[in-house]
Ligand binder design. Structure first.
Ligand SMILES: O=C(O)CCC(=O)C(=O)O
Length: 277
């Protein structure tokens, strides 16, 4: 028996590689979270600017709480089982009328993890639709292997390497339209991307990227995990991350810097260029 999703939703996720939309909180609660985030962005531009959007849940308590939101976790448990940790998070922000886009890609390509079977909840803190540049998924594409990616390092491409899969049949793409406070789930191997924001408002998404079962290991880079549910991780070479007690405390900032350095080493492993994010 699933805990939160219906059996039909669980089957949809496994068959299609994504599920959307799922209500997590009210629109007004999402607006409050966005206001908190924007206040933190103004107060700490050096820590939360466009080149520093990885793993903000390790320094902002309201994002940490979102990473432990029971609706998010019950939905994750329904697709992964009861024993999982969080690998990282990314704030995917597109400014109004901007050119930034995300090329077609599969997340698992450069994650350096021992399994590709993991899930990313993407939570909308502002409207995510065709005008603001929502994510689009190629249904069922998670069932084929990882396709070759070209590292384009495109200036307007917000992925680390601007990595892109060629020859995607875009006629199959499904747009994931989310109201603030809703989330989607996607599989580590699904082909997905997003278009520029043509609207007059920001498009702000918080991707909990990703929750993996506790037996998944970092093959490239250091094993650094935030235990979430179940038995946790026992291996002696695992760094168990701690949750922030106070936003932007010196300890949490130092921990996030360590984790982001490891993240960068993993995501740029073997790359010919390294960008500042
Ligand atoms: O936010 C976007 O437009 C893309 C996000 C994405 O690629 C992801 O969460 O895996």
């Amino acid at each position: 028996m699933p805990k939160f999703l219906s059996s039909q939703q669980v089957s949809h996720y496994h068959e299609q590689g994504y599920l959307s939309p799922i209500d997590v909180m009210s629109e007004s609660d999402a607006a409050d979270l966005l206001a908190h985030l924007e206040a933190a962005e103004s107060e700490h531009p050096e820590h939360l600017g466009a080149e520093n959007r990885n793993n903000a849940h390790l320094v902002l308590t309201f994002l940490d709480q979102l990473a432990f939101n029971p609706i998010v976790l019950d939905a994750v448990e329904d697709v992964l089982g009861p024993d999982f940790s969080l690998w990282g998070s990314v704030l995917f922000i597109k400014e109004p009328s901007s050119k930034y886009f995300v090329s077609w890609h599969q997340d698992a390509t450069y994650a350096g993890l021992s399994s590709h079977d993991y899930v990313t909840p993407w939570i909308a803190l502002s409207p995510s639709n065709q005008e603001t540049g929502c994510m689009s998924m190629i249904p069922g594409s998670h069932k084929a292997a990882i396709r070759p990616h070209e590292d384009t390092y495109g200036e307007d491409n917000i992925l680390t390497r601007g990595q892109a899969v060629a020859d995607v049949d875009e006629s199959q793409a499904v747009d994931l339209i989310l109201k603030p406070g809703q989330m989607s789930l996607h599989h580590g191997e699904i082909i997905h991307g997003s278009q520029p924001n043509r609207s007059t408002q920001r498009r702000v998404g918080f991707a909990l990227q990703s929750y993996t079962r506790n037996d998944v290991r970092q093959v490239i880079g250091e094993n650094m995990w935030l235990p979430v549910r179940g038995e946790g991780r026992s291996s002696s070479d695992t760094t168990v991350l701690s949750r922030p007690v106070r936003s932007m405390s010196a300890e949490s900032v130092a921990l996030r810097e360590r984790v982001n350095k490891n993240f960068g080493d993993i995501l740029y492993h073997g790359a010919t260029q390294r960008r500042n994010y």
